[in-house]
Design a protein around this ligand. Structure first.
Ligand code: ZN
Length: 55
């Protein structure tokens, strides 16, 4: 269940993997991002220039 690289909880492969034990492990160890799918395009937040700052 744990990633060998970062020793965090690897993403669940199926719904059956979403257990309470796994959830508590994720809270404690964190979620592995080593094998995160790269299908999600990285979108950088647009930098606001000249945005009015409330005083
Ligand atoms: Zn990992």
């Amino acid at each position: 269940m744990l990633c060998l690289t970062c020793h965090r909880v690897r993403p669940a492969a199926s719904r059956a993997d979403y257990t309470a034990e796994r959830a508590s492990l994720i809270v404690r160890q964190g979620l592995c991002v080593c094998s995160a799918p790269s299908t999600r395009p990285r979108r950088q937040a647009p930098v606001r220039k000249g945005a009015p700052t409330p005083k």
